[in-house]
Write a protein that binds this ligand. Structure first.
Ligand SMILES: Cc1cc2nc3c(=O)[nH]c(=O)nc-3n(C[C@H](O)[C@H](O)[C@H](O)COP(=O)(O)OP(=O)(O)OC[C@H]3O[C@@H](n4cnc5c(N)ncnc54)[C@H](O)[C@@H]3O)c2cc1C
Length: 403
């Protein structure tokens, strides 16, 4: 039995912590935030590898995981379906996964208010100091502390998030608020809107209290829009009081003026169904889109996983699935090599190529979106082909691509 510290208590950290605990290790998880993390994030597309990871983490994977849908549809600006595809998927939410993984992990091992700050390595172990002044010792440190990882900043300071040139407006709207037209034409499907150079995706997720009954669900949307880093992005990350939040603006701080302007654009550019969903979403929020690309994941007795290791743009819908695959690879490597630097090197060899590949795939989909809607010659056929390509490539399960 080894002593293993995990930095970061979000989905990646909890997946790894639960798996390693079930392998018989003494695991402690250090999470920077205090209070409930619930309410962060929104919809998550599930894939087969995520289900395997959840099962290995001790979570029962059944129909209560999320909302099952059967198909995808692209709506044009008039609200007409211009392309569709049969593609069964289960859509869940960040909160649902967090609750399940958090419940599976012993509360006394999940330490909040512990921001990892310093790392010292010596033969046979690693010592971690937190901003609180506390110190922890372990055989291994697994860093799942997200896109701005403090651990990565020490081990690989040259790796920095690269802004992709666009942001995502996100939100969830209560099903009960929506018109019959929107409910019947898009609610039960993975919906797409493709204004020039932009993209909206949406899908149903469970409502309050994980309710999946008709009338109690919600529709989750993500709307990608270009924002120049020096001007548009700065404005979007500045709240109504003029305070700038360069590392991400909390949902409740997003300026009402920006929300009003975004809703006006939705009415002008998107299908009326999507405009209605956005209009009736109580608190839309936004996230700049970044790439993080690592060349190394193992640094002696320290390893990076999840968003600390790679961030692929969300077009691939793979962030949590990738974190689950990282966690499974870590558990396998430690089982084979013990809690040693050799285990982390084996983990790196297994996970570096797929991590790099998924970042590239997501970049390609993002570049495709940005180029979309430009003059393609014969508008009718090209528009249809674009729509069908987007339907076939966005947030699909690589193990079960559409036929
Ligand atoms: C618009 C959008 C849509 C997305 N859609 C999907 C989708 O459909 N499917 C999917 O699989 N993924 C999706 N993702 C990606 C997904 O949300 C992330 O990949 C996933 O949450 C990664 O989890 P993580 O645990 O690695 O990092 P994070 O969730 O970022 O967690 C990092 C944790 O570390 C903590 N922390 C930070 N610093 C420290 C420190 N110094 N010490 C201790 N703790 C620290 C933080 O408080 C946080 O709890 C989407 C992302 C975006 C932006």
């Amino acid at each position: 039995m080894a002593r293993i510290l995990i930095a970061g208590g979000s989905l990646g950290g909890l997946l790894a912590a639960n798996m390693l605990l079930r392998e018989g290790h003494e695991v402690q998880l250090l999470e920077k935030a205090t209070g409930s993390l619930d309410g962060r994030g929104a919809g998550i597309v599930t894939h087969a590898a995520l289900n395997r990871g959840l099962a290995r983490a001790g979570v029962t994977v059944d129909d209560s995981l999320g909302v099952r849908i059967a198909s995808r549809v692209v709506l044009d600006a008039a609200g007409e379906a211009v392309a569709s595809l049969a593609l069964p998927q289960v859509l869940t939410s960040w909160s649902r996964l967090y609750t399940l993984l958090h419940e599976a992990f012993p509360a006394e091992r999940y330490l909040q208010g512990r921001a990892v700050q310093g790392i010292e390595q010596a033969a046979g172990g690693v010592r971690v100091s937190c901003e609180s002044g506390e110190r922890f010792e372990a055989d291994l440190l697994i860093a799942s502390d997200g896109i701005r990882s403090a651990v990565r900043a020490q081990c690989a300071p040259e790796v920095q998030p690269q802004y992709a040139g666009y942001i995502a407006w996100r939100g969830v709207c209560d099903e009960a608020l929506l018109s019959r037209f929107t409910l019947s034409s898009v609610f039960e499907q993975f919906g797409f809107g493709l204004p020039a150079g932009e993209q909206l995706i949406g899908y149903p997720v469970a409502g309050s209290g994980n309710a999946t009954a008709r009338g109690r669900r919600r529709y989750n949307f993500v709307w990608y829009r270009a924002a120049d880093e020096q001007t548009g992005l700065r404005d979007l990350l500045t709240d109504a009081d003029g305070d700038h939040h360069p590392l991400g603006i909390p949902p409740h701080k997003v300026s009402w003026r920006q929300v009003a302007a975004m809703r006006e654009s939705a009415r002008a550019l998107l299908a009326p169904q999507f405009a209605e969903i956005i209009e009736k979403t109580a608190q839309p929020f936004l996230q700049p889109i970044y790439d993080v690309h690592s060349e190394r994941l193992a640094f002696g007795r320290v390893a990076l996983m999840g968003d600390a290791a790679f961030v692929a743009r969300p077009h691939v819908g793979m962030g949590v699935t990738k974190a689950a695959e990282d966690a499974m690879a870590l558990a396998d490597s430690i089982r084979e090599h013990g809690a040693t630097a050799a285990a982390l090197r084996a983990f790196e060899a297994a996970r570096l190529p797929p991590g790099q590949a998924v970042v590239q795939r997501a970049r390609r989909l993002g570049a495709y979106m940005q180029a979309q809607g430009q003059d393609h010659g014969q508008p009718g056929t090209e528009a249809r082909r674009d729509a069908e390509t987007v339907l076939r490539e966005t947030a699909i399960d690589p193990e079960h691509p559409p036929t």
